[in-house]
Design a protein around this ligand. Sequence first.
Ligand code: GRF
Length: 227
Amino acid sequence: MTLDLAVVVSGGGSNLQSIIDRAEQGVLDARIRLVLSNNPEAGGLERARRHGLPLAAKAHQDFPSRLAFDQWMLERIREAGAATVALAGYMRLLTPEFLSAFGPDQVVNIHPALLPSFPGVHGQGDAAAYGVKLSGCTVHFVDEKMDHGPVIVQAAVPAVPGEDGASLGARILELEHRIYPQALQWLARGRLRLEGRHVHVSGAGDPATAAPVTGAYLVNPPLEMGF
Ligand code: GRF
């Protein structure tokens, strides 16, 4: 199946770009039906324009409530014919009303830390400041709590003592750009099965027998060809 995607951004949109690129290369079976933003200045919108993608942006501050903003997004998503939502640097919580319009496996997020460690908007900086030896990124289904839903894939990168969040974050971001399109492709192929908090990826290399490593980094489940 081909995913009919709405991608929601608040900032630069490099994760959006990685989704666009993989879709254009034909390794990700997705049509981006809409790029949405709560920030009309978001760099991601320029990326959408460059690729001729439909977009809609409004400042959330112009709405009377979070619910009103989410309802505006929902209407745009329905009009665009998108069925799956990929949050890509969207810096706000979604309301239960928004989420209940989708199945539990149709709204996906990427977070720049190894959840459940370091949720929130400063995942990279918080991990660097804490002095962890490994951090990374997580693609997960979205539920009503912040950075909390079932984990689809995680990638770990080493942290260097004394480095700041920007330095660690740059290393993490490279992996974000690989695991997010990969997770979406698994979703597109119907290979993700949710069982409580557990996400089974059918046909994925068994981490116990396959080497779940990409370059210097640990990714589980392992990345497949093209990602
Ligand atoms: C990424 O690190 C993403 O995980 C986080 O915010 C950053 C956004 O990057 N939620 P971009 O807008 O995709 O470039």
